[in-house]
Ligand binder design. Structure first.
Ligand code: BES
Ligand code: MN
Ligand code: MN
Length: 482
């Protein structure tokens, strides 16, 4: 399509007129509790996938559900569509990836409204930056249904205004992102021939630099996630009779885990940093100019400025964007009920995860961690170590021509030049597509850092939703005019 034939303003106007309908559609999707990690919600995951298939059909795009896993160990279906675009289309074949699954909503008592009964409300705190901050509150609002919906709405608007979407694309909506994308490797390998036809992947599952500060994300971290259990006596024991006479697995586990960080808050596992790409001088300089305020961010989560702690020698931004970390995400053992119980438990466990950066390898890190634990096995005890999942870090060069297209689309849609940022979060498919197919990804996200991702009262602000719709509509125009 020639630039002249593209009426972006017409499409923007249509999006504006249809805003309420778009919000209503999103609310419908958010009502479906597609919690992928909990097998009780298998039918709901399928319903959420079907919902997307139906909305795509309305935009003239034929999509299907592709099963994953095996009959014995079934996975959640992938929403898959291939669309040819206009006859004269000469731009890149785009792979659009998103996920329809959501995190479990617990703890339920902290939600101000039920997680799967979406509500529209105004800002709940003081108005910042003079914008209304109207939002939809529900599990999955920003991660990732609201962001995927912004893409679906852009397709719909193009179809309504031009009779078709001009761009050639493939859609892959996953239902297992929040539970480790366990069947995605297999799917990508099985569909290699089709996926190899794609030139660039586009994902909206990240955030902006801040309100009114749209951004393109050029890097996400990788992940290695483990479950570790330390077994001691073969039964729970009276701590009066046995305390001080045999290992207490909780005491022993916490002593080992406490050695994970040294005095500089560096991860103490030998070789952990071997493959870490140092932050370049250019990056250091560019990042020091990024408008960010560590103390203000901490304040938003109820912490004072002195809570700005992490690996010594790096700023908060550097630590999030380009340094690996280790976190205990859960820990258990012994008595947790009301009142006191004098017990030495038979075992204690923890969920330990690592955020990784280029060029660390998740499998190699897990191996090093497990070897490190074995060397520290407390006397008489035994480890039960499980590798839950991993994902490679993903990085895109900011000089890529696709990043330039995305910058233009964001600027047209949002009226301001986007920032180039990285994110500390992980999106396993990014590293997977790069490793398997050499495919780069454009991460164009519309979230805000106070969206309470994975937490109670998750929200997506309507202005962010609108920016998402407009940006995807503009990006389609950008690719079509090549
Ligand atoms: N959308 C997030 C990742 C994200 C969050 C990127 C915030 C940038 C900013 C994604 O759904 C997610 O939660 N990923 C998991 C991956 C894990 C399960 C392998 C994560 O980062 O913990
Ligand atoms: Mn997500
Ligand atoms: Mn998530």
């Amino acid at each position: 399509m020639s630039k002249a034939a593209i009426d972006l303003n017409g499409i923007f106007k249509a999006l504006e007129q249809n805003e309420q309908a778009a919000i209503d559609r999103l609310i419908e999707w958010l009502r479906i509790p597609s919690i992928s990690t909990d097998s009780k919600y298998r039918p709901q995951c399928r319903d959420a996938a079907r919902w997307a298939v139906d909305r795509l059909a309305e935009a003239g795009i034929e999509a299907e559900l592709v099963e994953t896993g095996t009959p014995e160990k079934p996975g959640h279906p992938i929403v898959w569509a291939e669309y040819a675009g206009a006859d004269d289309y000469a731009g890149p074949h785009v792979l659009f990836y998103g996920h329809y699954d959501v995190q479990p909503p617990e703890p339920l008592e902290l939600w101000e409204s039920p997680p799967f009964e979406p509500v529209i409300k105004d800002a709940d705190g003081p108005i910042e930056d003079d914008v209304p901050q109207r939002r939809v509150v529900a599990r999955g609002a920003v991660d990732d249904k609201g962001q995927v919906a912004s893409f679906l709405e852009a397709l719909r608007a193009w179809k309504d205004q031009h009779g078709q979407v001009p761009v050639r694309f493939t859609i892959l909506l996953e239902g297992e992102e929040e539970s480790g994308s366990v069947h995605l490797d297999q799917f990508v390998r099985a569909n290699r021939a089709k996926l190899e036809q794609c030139d660039i992947c586009v994902i909206s599952d990240t955030g902006q630099l801040g309100r009114g500060k749209p951004a393109i994300t050029t890097g996400v971290r990788g992940m290695a996630y483990t479950n570790i259990v330390l077994h001691g006596p073969d039964q729970d024991l009276h701590s009066g009779m046995w305390g001080g006479k045999c290992p207490n697995p909780i005491n022993e586990l916490t002593k080992v885990l406490a050695q994970l960080w040294d005095a500089d808050r560096k991860v103490a596992i030998p070789g952990f940093y071997d493959d870490v790409r140092p932050i370049s001088d250019e990056e250091k300089q560019a990042w020091s100019r990024v408008p960010q305020d560590a103390a203000a961010s901490l304040k938003k989560i109820g912490l004072p400025p002195e809570a700005d702690v992490g690996e010594r020698g790096y700023s908060a931004l550097e630590r999030e964007w380009a340094r690996p970390t280790c976190d205990i995400n859960g820990i258990w053992g012994g008595y947790q009920g009301e009142g006191a119980k004098t017990v030495i438990p038979s075992y204690a466990g923890a969920k330990v995860s690592f955020r990784l950066v280029a060029d660390q390898d998740p499998e190699a890190i897990t191996k090093k961690f497990f070897a490190w634990l074995e060397e520290r096995t407390p006397p008489g005890c035994r480890w039960e170590l499980t590798d839950l999942h991993g994902g490679h870090p993903g990085n895109v060069s900011a000089d890529s021509p696709y990043v330039q297209s995305a910058m233009k689309a964001l600027e047209v849609a949002g009226g301001t030049k986007p920032h180039l940022i990285k994110s500390g979060g992980s999106i396993p498919v990014v590293g997977l597509l790069k490793a398997e197919l050499g495919l780069d990804t454009l991460l164009i996200g519309f979230g805000l850092d106070d969206d309470r991702v994975h937490s109670p009262n998750e929200k997506f602000e309507i202005d962010c939703f609108t920016l998402g719709m407009r940006t995807h509509a503009a990006l389609i125009g950008e690719f079509a005019s090549r």
